[in-house]
Design a protein around this ligand. Structure first.
Ligand code: ZN
Length: 289
């Protein structure tokens, strides 16, 4: 989580753009459109949830890591043990298309299904997580924040393409990790010129954070991008119809309750905390869904 702040600052530090694109007064809450298929939603809500696990950084702790940060940093040996435990316990990784088919039509899933997801484009997801998963024939979902591509400690576009080519799913995680509930169609981008002069131009956060990054990922992978994860896991009801209109099949949050009107836009995940033993992780996978 802490790293998101870092990214934000890093963007600001580049001096070309301000991160303080403020939603204007005209911010509208999307009219609560009645969910189109109530019966389907009830059926989706009634199905047993599939465990979905969320990872960020996979690396050993440093003395500078804060207490809170460690929830989001799983140490390398622990990660390898957790994944081995899943394999030894007979779990099978599934991908979002399988989850979508299961939730919407009841399509069968393999025995002991689980989905593994990785947020924020961290380099160790490519160097540590991917080879570990390959040992067990596991596939995963990578939620890429496009501003980070090619920066130090983050994946490059070639790495993202390779993960996709190897049968993993690349999914959308905004441009620079701004919260979805803060988006406005009438936002302002501050541009700081070389002489320090600040000018502004109107922007639509939904285009900057959703449309453009999703298109970029489609260009990189050559595949349609159908899935999304909320930065910080944060969402509010008015954003759900907007995301559905953008064409996402599933939007993944963290562990809050699902919205019964938009169960596909609020699919739950748990963090595999850096503090968890393999046993605690195993119990949480069983009991949280
Ligand atoms: Zn994130």
């Amino acid at each position: 989580m802490f790293k998101h702040t870092f990214v934000w600052l890093a963007v600001c530090a580049l001096g070309t753009m301000s991160c303080q694109a403020k939603p204007s007064d005209k911010t509208t809450t999307a009219a609560a459109t009645p969910a189109a298929k109530t019966a389907d939603n009830a059926a989706i809500m009634a199905r047993k949830q599939v465990p979905v696990v969320c990872y960020h950084q996979i690396r050993d702790w440093k003395s500078t890591d804060s207490k809170n940060a460690k929830d989001y940093i799983i140490q390398i040996a622990a990660f390898k043990e957790h994944i081995k435990m899943l394999a030894d316990s007979g779990y099978h990784t599934i991908l979002p298309d399988q989850l979508y088919a299961y939730l919407t039509t009841g399509a069968p899933l393999p025995k002991k299904p689980i989905m593994l997801t990785f947020d924020d484009t961290d380099l160790d997801q490519f160097t540590i997580a991917n080879p570990t998963l390959k040992k067990y024939g596991f596939k995963a979902v990578y939620f890429v924040m496009t501003v980070s591509l090619g920066r130090p400690h983050y994946m490059t576009t070639d790495m993202v393409k390779k993960l996709s080519d190897e049968g993993n799913v690349i999914a959308s995680h905004t441009w620079d990790h701004h919260r979805v509930d803060k988006y406005s169609h009438n936002s302002e981008l501050k541009i700081i010129g070389k002489n320090g002069k600040i000018t502004t131009r109107p922007v639509d956060d939904w285009v900057t954070q959703i449309d453009k990054p999703t298109k970029k990922l489609e260009e990189i992978t050559g595949k349609k991008i159908d899935y999304f994860a909320y930065p910080f896991g944060i969402w509010k009801k008015p954003v759900l119809p907007e995301l559905q209109k953008k064409g996402f099949k599933i939007a993944f949050q963290l562990a809050d309750k699902r919205d019964p009107d938009y169960p596909l836009m609020t699919v739950r995940r748990i963090l595999d905390s850096g503090y968890w033993s393999t046993q605690t992780f195993g119990k949480s996978v069983k009991n949280s869904f």
